[in-house]
Design a protein around this ligand. Structure first.
Ligand code: GAP
Length: 496
């Protein structure tokens, strides 16, 4: 499993302002999370590169931002009212509620008759080593019988308008996808797109999960990055039906995207859904799994939703949701390939994969080797001596200039070694240090050399660079992705 334990990441995330528990001062919710100053930058960067790579840089994609609250019929048509359920069991004693299919994955409480009723907590799925019993009662209290499974709808219900009556019932969307389907014709008519083309959307989704957990992996409010890619099912591509060929292309593109931004290739694998796992709308679904600390788990899903959703919405709304195929002179309902990723799960995977501990000169160094495009802060400007006014002033000036293009932070609240460690721990790829040589000493009549030290996070190498070159150097490193080793040859090394 992932080399780093989840609690290490949870602790770092809180300590350094990435992620806080929602409503923590009231005891927290355990199912919702707040993104702090660094977390919101990391999350925005993930969404920005996803949008850039999958929307702006392709000529077959457009974007959409649909509302979260939709007409209640949307959820009837999509099948969510009838099918978006989990089987749930309740303890008759303590009233705790569990997902029926996950109840045996929990450690369980047992009052053992072979040891005069002593209480034990037994590992999930294992029998009591004293009496050999297996769990039959509630895993939490160890006393209550569990009810028979009942289906529990995961959608949050609410009311549109001031009157809480059945006619006003609506739902917080459990996926962003439906906003795309109901706008299919609007986008088609306004953009005059030809098949195949996709509509992308990033936004919040809500699910009243029975057992949220594993930090931000499963929460009740989360964000999705979804694409509905519309394909002509009558066309053939690579000698196969177009929807099947596009499905495989999207699977490969999504997997490559996660590896490009930092996940180790052997921490990601594909999982083909068996017949019993397929959602009601799917002809074939492949999940991208990541090696999370709790085991291989779903990072995203890529489904072939066929023409299910467009046909359903057409049936329920009475509006035609077809595409006119000029070649065949016929109206058809496109098939849909849906790559659907969770922003929060992606963020968790990127954090886990970036986290490393190493020994440097006898001390532990924690470093987040985040891809520079994802790193919350790109550059930290650090003064070597905060007592020297000229150094501090120069540091602030550099921060102001650099932050116009790359989020730059100024920090003078500790000694330089400590400042470097702090930036390593939050994944800042470059530090710029202003020192005495940079500004010189007016009292002694010594002129500054107008050079600063750039330190790279992963190698900890340092080079001495004229201030006038900084924007060009960072432009190459951060905008065009030039490797650090291609820059270092042009400048003298600085001592650490
Ligand atoms: N429109 C298809 C759809 O919603 P899904 O597999 O239910 O499919 C897609 O969800 C992705 O959304 C998941 O792969 C996961 O990354 C994310 N996701 C789903 N439920 C989540 C939850 N409760 N908390 C965090 N992320 C979740």
């Amino acid at each position: 499993m992932s080399a780093v334990a989840m609690d290490v990441i949870v602790s770092l995330a809180k300590r350094r302002g990435f992620i806080f528990q929602s409503s923590e001062i009231y005891g927290g919710t355990g199912s919702c999370w707040d993104y702090g100053p660094l977390g919101v930058e990391l999350k925005n960067n993930i969404k920005r590169v996803w949008w850039r790579d999958f929307v702006h840089q392709r000529d077959d994609m457009v974007g959409l931002d649909a509302s979260i609250l939709m007409h209640a019929m949307v959820w009837k048509a999509s099948g969510h009212v009838d099918h978006f359920t989990d089987p749930m069991v309740d303890c008759r004693e303590c009233k705790h509620r569990f997902r029926a299919d996950q109840v045996d994955e929990r450690d369980w409480t047992h009052y053992c008759p072979a040891t005069k009723g002593n209480k034990f907590t037994i590992k999930a799925g294992e029998p009591c080593k004293h009496c050999g019993a297996r769990r039959t009662l509630c895993p939490d209290c160890g006393n209550g019988e569990l009810t028979a499974p009942r289906q529990f709808n995961l959608m949050f219900k609410t009311f549109m308008g001031p009157v809480e009556e059945d006619a006003a019932v609506t739902y917080l969307r459990p996926e962003t996808a439906q906003g795309i389907f109901v706008n299919f014709d609007n986008v088609l008519q306004s953009t005059r797109r030809k098949l195949p083309f996709g509509i992308a959307q990033i936004g919040k989704a809500f699910r009243n999960e029975i057992t949220p957990g594993n930090f931000i992996f499963r929460s009740r409010e989360f964000e999705q990055m979804e694409i509905e890619f519309f394909v002509n099912p009558h066309e053939r591509l690579d000698g196969r039906p177009a929807d099947e060929a596009w499905h495989d292309r999207w699977i490969a593109d999504c997997q490559a995207w996660f590896v490009r931004y930092g996940l180790a290739a052997d921490h990601v694998k594909l999982h083909e859904h068996g017949r019993d796992e397929l959602a009601h709308y799917s002809k074939r679904t492949v999940d991208l799994l990541y090696k999370f600390p709790m085991g291989w788990s779903e990072l995203m899903g890529i489904a072939n939703r066929t023409d299910f959703d467009l046909k359903q919405h057409s049936k329920f709304s009475g509006k035609s949701l077809t595409y006119f195929d000029e070649e065949r002179k016929e109206h058809l309902v496109p098939f849909v390939i849906e790559p659907s990723a969770g922003v929060d799960r992606a963020l968790l995977a990127f954090l886990l994969d970036a986290y490393q501990e190493e020994q440097v000169r006898g001390e532990k160094r924690v470093v987040l080797r985040l891809h520079p495009e994802l790193a919350p802060i790109k550059i930290a400007v650090l003064p070597l001596l905060k007592k020297r006014q000229e150094i501090v002033a120069m540091g602030h000036d550099l921060r102001r200039r650099l932050t116009r293009r790359w989020l730059t932070l100024y920090d003078d609240t500790a000694a330089i070694g400590r400042l470097y460690r702090r930036q390593d721990e939050v994944g800042t790829p470059y530090c710029v240090t202003v020192d005495v040589k940079t500004v010189g000493d007016a009292e002694k009549g010594e002129a500054g050399d107008d050079k600063v030290t750039i330190r790279e996070r992963d190698t900890m190498e340092q080079i001495r660079v004229p201030i006038g070159d900084l924007e060009t150097v960072f432009g190459r490193l951060l905008d065009t992705g030039t490797p650090w080793r291609d820059i270092t040859g042009s400048y003298p090394r600085a001592e650490g």
